[in-house]
Design a protein around this ligand. Structure first.
Ligand code: SAM
Ligand code: DTB
Ligand code: SF4
Length: 329
């Protein structure tokens, strides 16, 4: 199947609305054309600066504007990050994603994040960061330090966006994605479902992603984790089948991208997740914690992988990894 960047809203809607089993079958068929169907890419997340964020994203535990009871933490030491990265490697992750509750990194933060990137990269892990908006020069310096991926989500449709975030615009987000691409990094960009948006908005989000000049290599589909104290704390939970439809359509229209099961796995059963893999999802975040909320822990994931006969993509082995392996014995 040829990769297309000219999808129309009507085409995406037609895919979305077909009978569920037809949709999942089609998605699985497309998936098998481009990927090994039993291999999953696994990333570990770490929050390197938590809470007190100036932005007003209505879903987020880390916005300073809501009383989410989250304990804020200043930048954590690079040594601590490296220790966590070694543990992620030993537990089977191939990518380490570092997130900060910033609107954007300040210049004074750059030496800190650049050092971190080069040290994590030297372990043989793929590196990913999500630090908010980036200007072109910051994107280039991150690339030069060894950053492989930058995560920056569009979150929702252009139309619904202003209901969710008022402190930066949809176009600001597209500008950051453009800076990341221009710098030569891989893009991780997706969104959240279950924000109270309509199906049309979910279609709108997928349309934006699939008509970018180059599809994001990684597309996280987060399911809202409701956070007490935020404006979306009591929003009605989205039906799981609708989340699976979103994954399946993403798989079909972005056939070479990794579709990532992100936030929300804690609330899903093994069967829900198996269905998501059938629909073409092929990456996830492992570990006990996402950034601030609990995640399906390593033990649970190992059990799930064993039950389904799935294997994790391997990290590149390096001398540093060999010593981590030795530590783990
Ligand atoms: N501050 C940076 C930013 O917003 O770009 C990086 C971190 S931010 C927490 C990364 C992404 O996590 C958000 O864009 C959103 O898609 C997702 N996210 C945050 N809180 C969430 C929640 N409660 N439920 C589901 N997804 C969430
Ligand atoms: C993404 O799309 N989801 C991850 C990662 N990129 C940075 C973050 C999920 C955060 C879930 C809520 C929390 O733990 O604070
Ligand atoms: Fe801040 Fe990111 Fe949370 Fe928005 S999603 S409030 S930018 S940490």
């Amino acid at each position: 199947m040829q990769v297309r960047n000219d999808w129309t809203r009507d085409e995406i809607q037609a895919l979305y609305e077909q009978p569920f089993l037809d949709l999942v079958f089609k998605a699985q068929s497309v998936h098998r054309e481009h990927f090994d169907a039993n291999t999953i890419q696994v990333s570990t997340l770490l929050s390197i600066k938590t809470g007190k964020c100036p932005e007003d994203c209505k879903y987020c535990s880390q916005s300073a504007r809501y009383d989410s009871k989250l304990e804020a933490e200043k930048r954590i030491a690079v040594d601590k990050v490296i220790q966590e990265a070694k543990e992620a490697l030993a537990s089977g992750s191939s990518r380490f994603c570092m997130g900060a509750a910033w609107r954007n990194p300040h210049e004074r933060d750059m030496p800190y994040v650049l050092e971190m990137v080069s040290e994590v990269k030297a372990l043989g892990l793929e590196t990913c960061m999500t630090l908010g908006m980036l200007n072109q020069s910051q994107a280039e310096r991150l690339k030069d330090a060894g950053l492989d991926y930058y995560n920056h989500n569009l979150d929702t449709s252009r139309e619904y966006y202003s209901h969710i975030i008022s402190t930066r615009t949809f176009d600001d987000r597209l500008d950051t994605l453009d800076h990341v691409r221009q710098a030569g990094m891989k893009v991780c960009s997706g969104g959240i479902v279950g924000l109270g948006e309509t199906r049309e908005d979910r279609i709108g989000l997928l349309l934006e992603l699939a008509t970018l000049p180059i599809h994001p290599e990684s597309v996280p589909i987060n399911m809202l984790v409701p956070i007490e104290g935020t404006p979306l704390a009591d929003v009605e939970k989205l039906d799981v089948i609708e989340w699976i439809r979103t994954i399946a359509v993403a798989r079909i229209i972005m056939p070479h991208s990794y579709i990532r099961l992100s936030a929300g796995r804690e609330s899903l059963t093994d069967s829900d997740q198996a269905l998501a893999f059938m629909a073409g999802a092929n990456s996830l975040f492992s570990g006990e914690k996402l950034l601030t909320t609990p995640n399906a822990g390593e033990g649970k994931d190992k059990q799930l992988f064993n039950k389904l006969g799935l294997v994790a993509e391997k990290a590149k082995a390096t001398a540093a990894q060999l010593s981590v392996d030795a530590m783990a014995v």
